[in-house]
Design a protein around this ligand. Structure first.
Ligand SMILES: O=C(O)CCC(=O)C(=O)O
Length: 282
């Protein structure tokens, strides 16, 4: 079995349907080579100097992060190109399509470079919606809480640690540890391709069995706008830089209010009843 792959002319509807059916889909060559090159160049100093392994002392985090994987957040502050990627009409369109019916406005939970080095073991299987574990009691139904766009910054292969996805796991309620890793399939793709998957889909980073090839991807987690994000973007990015971003990027990164309209509900993330984006602009 293989993860379905669509061409970069696929519509948001087609991508959304493929995620509904399989739990994940690859859109080949979605992000142009020029954008990928700029991202790689912007991020190269951090990729080169961030030590592999976890910075956490917590053994569970250490196992999750791996010992030969370079990871860091704060991509919005490290690459001005990131904004083009997170606003890409297809990438953001898929996130909005899956999240807005349930939640109002979409936000970004995390921006994470994950570069899996030679000799790394497979990451344990998990669901990204477990960041907010309360929702797991409603599996496999319940709202879509988070949608992930995993952009390949290098070619990804089974050998170098391509993300492993358990097909149809978004339609099941079993805990991730009950899934046999041998039933997972690798998201092999060329640089510039994007693996989309549901927060309900069981997956994990693959083992890197090569001796000399790094697998580098950018994980962008979009989430329901009224949840708390994994990353505290307003502490990673200066207010001056945030003020220069397009309004939609400010909304995605928590520099603007959450407005549920046209649905019922309160406005959230205000300063004295005011939209923070208006204060940023002063
Ligand atoms: O690196 C990968 O392929 C997946 C990583 C992942 O799922 C995670 O760290 O949450």
């Amino acid at each position: 079995m293989k993860i379905p792959t669509l061409s970069n002319t696929a519509t948001v509807d087609e991508i959304d349907s493929a995620i509904d059916e399989f739990g994940a889909v690859i859109v080949a060559d979605l992000v142009g080579a020029e954008v990928v090159d700029r991202l790689r160049a912007d991020l190269a100093p951090w990729i080169a100097t961030t030590p592999a392994g976890s910075r956490s002392g917590d053994p569970e985090w250490q196992e999750f992060h791996g010992s030969r994987t370079v990871r860091f957040n704060g991509v919005v502050a490290k690459s001005s190109t990131f904004v083009d990627v997170c606003l890409d009409p297809t990438i953001l369109g898929v996130a909005d399509r899956r999240l807005i019916p349930d939640g109002g406005s979409t936000q970004i939970s995390d921006t994470q470079v994950i570069s899996i080095g030679p000799g790394e073991q497979a990451q344990y299987l998990h669901r990204d919606q477990t960041l907010w574990p309360w929702f797991n009691q409603y599996l496999p139904d319940g709202p879509e809480v988070t949608v992930i766009a995993m952009l390949a910054l290098s070619d990804t292969t089974e050998a170098n640690g391509a993300t492993r996805v358990v097909p149809y796991s978004h339609l099941q309620a079993d805990r991730p540890e009950l899934f046999d890793p041998s039933g997972s399939v690798p998201a092999e793709m060329s640089a510039g391709s994007v693996l989309f998957f549901s927060g309900k889909t069981v997956h994990g980073g693959g083992a890197n069995t090569t001796t000399d090839t790094w697998r580098t991807c950018l994980h962008i987690g979009y989430m329901l706008g009224w949840l708390r994000s994994e990353e505290a973007h307003p502490l990673a990015l200066s207010s001056e830089t945030a003020a220069s971003l397009p309004r939609r990027a400010q909304e995605l990164l928590g520099f603007a209010e959450y407005d549920p309209a046209p649905r019922e509900g309160g406005r959230l993330w205000l300063v004295d009843f005011e939209d923070p984006a208006r204060i940023l602009a002063d």
